[in-house]
Design a protein around this ligand. Structure first.
Ligand code: C5P
Length: 403
């Protein structure tokens, strides 16, 4: 739990029988070097006294939202600003329901609304309440909003029932919670990502392009930046603003993308080719607008094959970890495996573009990560989450390579 040292942790305690264990959580947090402030709900006070948690945390425990004296000392906004992370343990079914609907009717829920950082909850409730569809729906909402969920565990419950719903042991909760503060897994790594479509001019007003929106590539850029990487983005024309903290290179044609990639590739640790690079471009773009000739005979456009950028990168002598995408409409896995070996890639991300709900221009994606040794499905979810999982997978592999 090294990552909790010097962190300001706000512990929320809600009204479940497991509240007595929050004393131990405070003790562990202090031992690992964190500063701790505790916010209790009114019903939590029925299970453990604020005085106990005040003595252990060394700070006054906050309980009321509308308490002039407490607000003058450290009000809900100051508490939210002070905290680096919030852990709610135990988290009752009621608290989970209130958090999932964004309520702000007591101090704890208000602080979580005002807080912008990692929040984890450690559910604790009767097994039937845990299994209830409404609780599960509320939980799903929290997961979608990036809350960490620690547990619950299973076993005998205070009421005599046996099943899932027991709060995990404090040390296990803190092990999970501390993962929120891990240093970026790609700190110090350099990543080059291509994204978007290319445009291949036919004449000054027309071009060949494709349906790529750039969403997947740009969300990978965000995820890589969040993991601490130094990111260069080489992008075709899209309607998304590039993040200000990446090195952005704008291109239009496949040839320009090839040149830009070759220019920036040296020293990169990872190359991810998400761009939908046009395989062909007109053999010669006309200098002036092509006119109809009135003969009604078919117009023939001669195309030349473009360089395969991904393959060129994987053939470099000093090559980075090379990741490609396989956007396929049929035989997804077979075609992706073929590409993995033909292009000599470390990883290929297979993406079914025949399904309109995922892939091109959609906000969601479902992909299979394929390496020589393994296959790993990332089920349908928004591209931001898919990207985070892809980046985590890549950082796991390159960190393994370096060890
Ligand atoms: O062979 P195919 O074009 O389907 O392969 C897709 C993968 O190859 C993608 O990662 C894409 O970015 C990359 N690619 C490339 N240069 C090309 C064509 C595709 O880098 N000319």
């Amino acid at each position: 739990m090294k990552s909790l040292a010097n962190k300001n942790i706000l512990l929320g305690v809600t009204g479940g029988i497991a509240a007595y264990k929050s004393a131990e959580i405070v003790r562990h947090l202090k031992k690992s070097g964190a500063s701790v402030r505790v916010v209790m709900t009114r019903s939590a006070e029925e299970f453990i006294t604020p005085l106990t948690l005040q003595a252990l945390s060394g700070n006054r425990v906050s309980t009321e939202l509308l308490d002039a004296e407490a607000e003058a000392a450290m009000g809900h906004i100051e508490l939210a600003k002070w905290a680096d992370g919030i852990l709610i343990a135990p988290a009752t079914a009621n608290t989970i329901a209130r958090l999932s609907s964004g309520r702000g009717d007591d101090l704890l829920s208000t602080v979580t609304l005002a807080f912008d950082g990692p929040i984890s909850v450690a559910p604790a409730m009767n097994q039937a309440m845990w299994r209830d569809e409404r609780t599960q729906e509320n939980l799903k909402k929290l997961i979608d909003q990036d809350f960490g969920i620690c547990g619950p565990g299973s076993g005998e419950q205070a009421c005599g029932d046996v099943g899932l719903g027991r709060m995990l042991e404090p040390i296990d909760i803190l092990d999970m919670f501390s993962l929120s503060f891990n240093e970026g897994t790609l700190s110090g790594k350099k990543i080059l990502i291509t994204a978007g479509p290319t445009q291949e001019p036919i004449d000054p007003v027309r071009f060949i392009t494709n349906r790529s929106s750039g969403k997947m590539g740009y969300s990978l850029v965000e995820a890589a930046l969040e993991s601490g990487a130094n990111v260069t983005l080489i992008s075709g024309p899209v309607n998304i603003e590039p993040p200000s903290n990446c090195n952005f290179v704008s291109i239009k044609t496949a040839e320009e993308m090839y040149e830009a990639v070759m220019h920036h590739i040296s020293g990169m640790d990872v190359y991810i080719g998400t761009a939908a690079v046009s395989d062909y471009s007109p053999a010669k773009a006309s200098d002036s607008k092509i006119k109809k000739d009135g003969s009604s005979s078919p117009m023939v456009l001669e195309l030349k094959e473009n360089q395969d950028i991904l393959k060129s990168v994987s053939e470099l002598e000093q090559r980075p970890y090379v990741v490609g995408f396989a956007a396929e409409t049929n035989d997804l896995i077979k075609n992706a495996e073929k590409k993995l070996s033909n292009k000599n890639l470390d990883l290929i991300i297979a993406n079914d573009v025949s399904n309109k709900d995922i892939g091109f221009d959609s906000d969601d994606n479902e992909v299979t990560l394929i390496t020589e040794k393994e296959k790993h499905l990332i089920e349908r979810q928004n591209k931001r989450k898919v990207s985070k999982k892809i980046i985590d997978f890549i950082s796991g592999r390159i960190n393994d390579q370096n060890n």
